[in-house]
Design a protein around this ligand. Structure first.
Ligand SMILES: Cc1cc2nc3c(=O)[nH]c(=O)nc-3n(C[C@H](O)[C@H](O)[C@H](O)COP(=O)(O)O)c2cc1C
Length: 167
């Protein structure tokens, strides 16, 4: 049986929600990380991934400028960085200076990968769709990287950005 409720009530059942950190280089040459929950695999062949970024976020400017971005699956140990990147704007600060995370050069695009993440995907911008108050970016995966050590992914476990491993 199903009970009709408001969207806001039904969508609260979504947890645990995966977390990604997306990195794009802005017009000043600075790499800017942003934490996102709204993300999905969009195509298998060729591999594509999608992210939804609020129009007001600085990352929209950075991604539009760069035309490429990295999607990292942060490890459970990266909760503090994910919270910082998800609560500060690249418009006001250099997030990697204020909350450093180890990075390494990308192979095929102009960005960086996060070396403590479970996996990283280098994406070139394939499609940009205006979707209400967000911009939906579909990226084509041109290179992928995986941690050589076993690591657990980071999830949002409940409302209020409670972050941790799913199990
Ligand atoms: C766990 C978590 C998930 C988030 N998910 C999203 C998301 O899916 N889309 C989005 O636009 N912002 C999301 N945010 C908020 C942005 O990360 C945040 O507003 C960030 O400071 C914007 O950075 P920028 O201005 O440098 O782009 C999330 C934040 C957290 C902590």
């Amino acid at each position: 049986m199903q009970e009709q409720v408001d969207y806001s009530e039904a969508i609260r059942t979504k947890y645990p929600e995966q977390v990604v950190i997306v990195v794009a280089r802005d017009r000043n040459g600075r790499v800017n990380p942003i934490t996102l929950g709204w993300t999905m695999i969009a195509s298998g062949e060729p591999p594509m991934m999608a992210i939804a970024v609020a129009r007001s976020h600085y990352s929209v400017e950075a991604i539009d400028h760069a035309g490429c971005f990295t999607i990292a699956f942060p490890s459970a140990e990266m909760a503090e960085a994910a919270l910082f990147y998800g609560s500060h704007s690249g418009r006001e600060c250099d997030k990697f200076t204020e909350c450093p995370a180890p990075t390494a050069p990308t192979r095929d695009i102009d960005s960086v990968i996060l070396t403590e993440a479970v996996a990283n995907f280098e994406c070139t911008l394939e499609t940009r769709i205006e979707a209400g108050d967000h911009v939906l970016y579909v990226g084509r995966v041109v290179a992928a990287h995986k941690s050589s050590e076993p690591k657990k992914r980071l999830y949002t476990l409940g409302p209020g950005h409670v972050l941790g491993p799913a199990s």
